[in-house]
Design a protein around this ligand. Sequence first.
Ligand SMILES: Cc1cc2nc3c(=O)[nH]c(=O)nc-3n(C[C@H](O)[C@H](O)[C@H](O)COP(=O)(O)O)c2cc1C
Length: 209
Amino acid sequence: MTKTFPPAPPVGTPMLPVRPSAEARQLLALRRSAGKQFIGEPGPSPEELDEILTIAARVPDHRKLSPWRFIVFEGEARAKFGKQLARIVGETKKDVESKDLIEAAGLPLRAPVMVAVISSPVDDGRTPVWEQELSAGAVCYNLLLAANASGFAGSWLSEWPAFDAQVANVLGLTGSERVAGFIYLGTSKVNPPERARADIGHIVTRWGE
Ligand SMILES: Cc1cc2nc3c(=O)[nH]c(=O)nc-3n(C[C@H](O)[C@H](O)[C@H](O)COP(=O)(O)O)c2cc1C
């Protein structure tokens, strides 16, 4: 990958209130997720991923609580996690077949890098959990955008592991932590086709008209 980002500027560096960019508009207007079956090598290196995650975490966050964290799965860790998923399926699914175990074991192997974005709400007695969870969603999307702008395709998936208590245990989630998304990152083997988009006429109303 060509180095796209300069090192994070130190705190205190003057910033612009807006940053008009035809290229950024193009990226936002035409972005798409990669199909989960089409994400191949290469994925971001650990250094590239750190850079991408630094940008991903730059999201609106009421009261600066940083109510999210990342769990990175690279290399062998993906297979190790897959084995845990297969074990959980084996222990919990009725009439489990070997294809179910193989499928579960293969989930994290569908991309060279997988990142679990964990919503980790802070109980400060005044910031609603809903706001903090929305911020975690923003992290997921910002991660997709940062990866995309760095030359990597991605897909935000939940699937059953995001909602399974035993998986939460394997991930070491505590308290009200939840998986906001598993973000699969790599290189798309195909150009994604367009998909149906919301009709702006149906989703926008102007209050008072
Ligand atoms: C919270 C969340 C969870 C999702 N989980 C899944 C999933 O489990 N499986 C899936 O095929 N797509 C899932 N998606 C949808 C894809 O991430 C993706 O947005 C969609 O397939 C294509 O839309 P896009 O190209 O505009 O991103 C999820 C999306 C969101 C926001």
